[in-house]
Ligand binder design. Structure first.
Ligand code: ZN
Length: 211
């Protein structure tokens, strides 16, 4: 597995009750995974330009892959208020977060995707059930679990990537790459597409093996 090194820019926020030269205070960094500011102790070194290795303060519940890992803070300058490390992005200024907006729309987005994958066959609320070409297809909880019964084989899985793979005879990685391209309105270059497909397929196989 590749070593993942994540470096986040950080700024020194002096402690209000300490002398500025003391170097006491916190290092504030904008975390693009949690979409919030994390603060770490400055270890008495203030705004001195340096890289500090710390444990990430990320929350796995917010979907941050950095939770429980190390992070490198590139300390560069100081600030007077914690808000100064937030990006000037309009939604950040409006107090909105991408992961929360997506979570709010998750059911509607997945329902639209499930309708598409099943070619609009019998999708009601959060489930789909239909017969097609000698197969019984059943999908529960918008794809949280699914089964395809056939004359000589049964398949089952979790999530819409493996469902798409089993319905259409592609791999979960190819399904994922096509869904990403279509929903994001992009066309990935071949090298990137192949890399994403391979990564998703390896994950999918180990995920199946672990079930
Ligand atoms: Zn975080």
């Amino acid at each position: 597995m590749k070593q993942i090194v994540t470096t986040h820019p950080a700024r020194f926020l002096p402690s209000p009750d300490a002398k500025p030269v003391s170097g006491l205070g916190t290092l504030a960094t904008w975390c693009p995974h949690c979409e919030r500011v994390h603060t770490h102790g400055a270890a008495g070194r203030g705004a001195q330009h340096r890289v500090e290795k710390r444990g990430a303060h990320c929350d796995a519940a917010l979907g941050s892959p950095m939770a429980g890992r190390g992070v490198s803070l590139l300390v560069d300058g100081s600030i007077d208020a914690v808000d100064e490390v937030k990006p000037a992005a309009p939604m950040v200024r409006a107090g909105l977060q991408l992961h929360r907006q997506l979570a709010d729309a998750a059911a509607a987005l997945r329902r639209a995707l499930l309708r598409t994958l099943t070619a609009r066959r019998a999708v009601r609320q959060d489930m789909a059930a239909f017969r097609l070409e000698g197969h019984e297809v059943a999908v529960l909880d918008l794809g949280l679990s699914w089964t395809i019964g056939g004359r000589d084989s049964d398949a089952s899985g979790r999530g819409l990537l493996s469902l798409a793979a089993s319905l259409y005879g592609v791999t979960p990685g190819i399904a994922g790459r096509r869904i990403l391209e279509t929903t994001a309105g992009i066309r990935l270059p071949p090298d990137v597409a192949i890399e994403i497909e391979g990564t998703l397929d390896r994950w999918s196989q180990s995920n199946e093996a672990a079930r």
